[in-house]
Each structure stands twice: as structure tokens, then as C-alpha cells.
Design a protein around this ligand. Sequence first.
Ligand code: FES
Length: 104
Amino acid sequence: MPEFHAVAKVSEIAPGGVKHVEIGDDEIGIYNLAGEYYAIGDVCSHAYARLSEGDVYAKDGTVECPLHGAEFEIRTGKHLNFPATGPVPRYEVRVRGDDIEIAL
Ligand code: FES
């Protein structure tokens, strides 16, 4: 049974925005796509870069790695192009009141 952790407030992440959080050793990016929240691993699957520091294309639901430009689907963590060759993890998200919670 996954355990949910409150990691951010709803007011902290505007539509099209992202917040980096850390839970233990896990680095996670929480995204707001038109009022829906998604969480994916924040370390690029190619090398070490934080996806939350890249460009977010909310309309397409993608984020571009700031280091070499690989793109990932925010809703699934799936990689879309080279040089990434694998996805990043996706985490279940729920909103309870003002809290955004992530399942680990
Ligand atoms: S570190 Fe992200 S594409 Fe290279």
C-alpha cells in the first residue's frame, strides 16, 4: 500500500508551473497542467540534470531537459526523444484540501 506524503501547497504551483521536492533520496518534480497535478522523477534519465529546471510546455504536456534537450511526457514520465533512452518514474498524486500529496 503506497504511503502519501504532503509535499506542496496547491497555491505554490501555478498552471504551467513546476516545483522540485525531495523525499528521502527521491527527487521529484510536481507539475500543474491546467489544474491537474502530476509528479515525475526530476532527474533526467540521460545524465544528471533536473527536469524541473527545464522548459515546461503545458499545452503539449511535456518538459524539456535543460542540459541536452530530451523531452518527457509530464503525465507518464515517458521519454520522447534522444538522448534520453528511458523514462523517468511517475508517481501517483492526490490533493487533500490545500495539500498536494505524492504516493511512494
Ligand atoms: S541530461 Fe537530460 S538530455 Fe542529457
